[in-house]
Design a binder for this molecule. Structure first.
Ligand SMILES: [Fe+2]
Ligand SMILES: [Fe+2]
Length: 211
């Protein structure tokens, strides 16, 4: 019986690497795995959109739920004619709320890092500290904690994101665009990982179009 199950598994997954420890890996093994990794990469936009939807209905005491806040932040940036990469960052800046309630900005920053400029990565990563200017003093914290970055080349850029798009995005009456509006933009932004450690020295990027 055990033998039958083993044969059956082997038949169902003929495209599996043969090694049981990486020290036994071969070029053939890694060609198989590389092929599967492209499928994984191509599925990222749908997984990201699914994870954003987890914020739907999660109010956490705010006047709008976390998905609406994310969409409203993106909508405000979109209507201010910010470019697509910026709007993408605005949309996902709080996606880490579910898995990183103590460091949500780090989660979002890690997700966007391969796809955006260093400047936009900095903005996403630091937004939580910069946003604290508007409420940390109500929680016994230092609202000026962001001042340690004063003089940084992207201080004003990050402060602007919070002032113009993030902190005002809790308005239930605002005409917030639906997630469907941003889906093509999300897919386009995630099509090519421009800054990945897996990109080859030849300059070939890890792209959804690769292979
Ligand atoms: Fe945030
Ligand atoms: Fe936010």
């Amino acid at each position: 019986m055990a033998e039958t199950r083993a044969m059956s598994t082997q038949t169902e997954t003929p495209q599996s690497a043969k090694f049981h420890a990486m020290t036994e890996g071969t070029q053939e093994d890694w060609s198989i795995i590389a092929g599967h990794s492209i499928e994984l990469f191509m599925g990222l936009p749908e997984r990201l959109l699914t994870h954003l939807r987890l914020l739907d209905g999660d109010f956490g005491g705010f006047a709008v739920d976390r998905l609406t806040h994310s969409l409203q932040t993106a909508t405000r940036a979109y209507r201010a004619n910010r470019d697509d990469e910026y709007v993408f960052c605005a949309l996902v800046h709080d996606i880490g709320d579910t898995l990183g309630p103590s460091n949500h900005a780090d989660v979002a920053a890690a997700i966007v890092k391969p796809f955006v400029s260093e400047q936009n990565h900095f903005m996403v990563e630091k937004h939580a500290l910069f946003q604290g200017y508007y409420f940390f003093h109500y929680l016994g914290l230092d609202r000026d904690a962001r001042e340690k970055y004063r003089g940084h080349e992207w201080f004003d850029y990050t402060a602007e994101f919070c002032a113009e798009y993030d902190q005002p995005a809790f308005d239930p009456a605002y005409d917030t665009l639906p997630l469907e509006h941003f889906e093509p933009l999300v897919r386009a932004q995630l099509a090519t990982a421009k800054y990945s450690m897996y990109n080859r020295p030849s300059g070939k990027t890890f792209s959804a179009n690769a292979g």
